[in-house]
Design a protein around this ligand. Sequence first.
Ligand SMILES: Cc1ncc(COP(=O)(O)O)c(C=O)c1O
Length: 449
Amino acid sequence: MWQFVPNFARDTHNCGCNTVMDNDWLQKDRAYVWHPFTPQLHAPNNIVIERANGTMLIDTDGREYIDGISSWWVNLHGHSHPYITAAVTAQLAKMEHSIFAAFTHPPGIALAERLLQHLPDFGKVFFSDNGSTAVEVALKMALQYWWNTGKPKHKVIALNGAYHGDTFGGMSVAARNAFNQPFERLLFEVVGLDLPTPDNIDRLAAELEHLLEAEDMACFIFEPLVQGAGGMLMYDAAHLERLIRICRNKNCITIADEVMTGFGRTGKFFAIDHLGERSDIVCLSKGITGGFFPLGATVCRQFIYDAYLTADKMKTFFHGHSYTGNPVTCAAALASLDLMEQPETWHRIAAIATTNQEFAEELRQSPVVGRVRQTGTILAFDVLTAEETGYLNSSAIPLADFFLSRNIILRPLGNVVYVLPPYCITPEELQKVYEAIRELLEALADKRL
Ligand SMILES: Cc1ncc(COP(=O)(O)O)c(C=O)c1O
């Protein structure tokens, strides 16, 4: 339906990002580095980022980009935030790392305590390294719970269209698509439920009741309220609550993968805080350290932990990672929690949510836009194209390049454009992002692109 003109392409020099100064880094980057989620043949040059400050990522030419997607949804309070930097530096001066089995340390203990203050109905925190491992731990924890209690169950229910990470467990419970097709035969079988809508929720509830009657379902995993990488698809808290309640009544463990939605993204501390009935396990990562370091945390209710409190060594949870509970990472997370607990942060979150809501109304008037959706600080819409909506829609790179040419980092999921900014974004910066979107949509509507 539309074509972008080539001057938005990143590997020309028109947007000023790949100049001679960068050449050394770019050549070495091409020679030595394999970047994630990137088709390698004809991959455009990457932008060499040297510094970061607040909402801005700054390249080697000094060009500043508004980080409109919080660097893959991890940054909360701004890049190189001085408060978190100071906490990390202080911890580094004391201890960089120590083993976390048979040994423990104050930052790890304090972080578990602080997370549980925000999840008061939960009992224990298990640390790992990233979002995928937080999910992997949750699945293993739930499956072994049934094994430990002498009632082994092996089946997992997941929402269709999900994304839960790139490890084998994470891939297994995710949508079957280009991300995991080469491994399909090795992935374990999962029972899929459609994303709830007002039209299908009664059917889904009945389907779930039936499944839980008929089969030994160990657990049900979902991204609460927003499916992220699957296309920023949003659904009602009331519908999720209903499904969780059915699982609880039928002894099926529920796992909320809050890797993307946690720490304020949906307007509350956790997405499950929108629910009257909350899950049995929560997976946390991304924003947990304010975007400073990778860290995963799997938080479970006490009854799950209790199934591991046994003299039988075979019932130990034999899972761990070399850097489990790294104290510097925990110090960053504690400092980020300090900032999360400031009323100012919540004013910013509420302000982003309100302006997102207003802009969503405007977007709904555009003839080239479909399915405008918004939950808290996350705003998303489909750019209508002749191709099917989805991650492989060929408009992703031209769209990203259009925004880059306006010094804005948005990284559409195919033709799904979304804004997911750090909470420190100023009203002026947010307006700049909206203005670029307006410009894009007007150009598309007028067929100038
Ligand atoms: C909901 C969800 N779960 C898990 C993951 C995997 O996290 P990581 O990339 O840190 O392994 C992601 C990453 O985007 C995610 O959005």
